[in-house]
Ligand binder design. Sequence first.
Ligand code: FES
Length: 129
Amino acid sequence: MNNPIEPVELLVCTTCRRGQATDVEGERPGALLHDALRAQEVPEGVTLRAVECLSNCDYGCSLVLRGGDQRWTYVYGKFHEATDAEMILDVAARYRDTADGLIPWRERPVHFRKNCIARIPPLSQIPTF
Ligand code: FES
């Protein structure tokens, strides 16, 4: 079921090197991950966006799930461009189906359980002083 509140964005860092030396030529792993995601069917209500460095370079490839001012925002890392696209899109769809961004723990793949870099509360839950 789609969240009637806000659509979801999946931001993928295309500059991630995933531990590669800076002098390695060719496409970066982050760009390859973005390509792998684009090659699949992105779930309805999820917009895939390419971004540059998310300041999680030591634990790339990195991405963000965010969606409006009612959902928690999450930063995740340590993805691999060759194996993780399908899992990422499945989680993006589960995230879209929540009102608050909180996917039940047992529904999260182990990779997402173990590689959450940060979570940011929704604007609606931040009190003003
Ligand atoms: S280059 Fe991807 S997080 Fe910095």
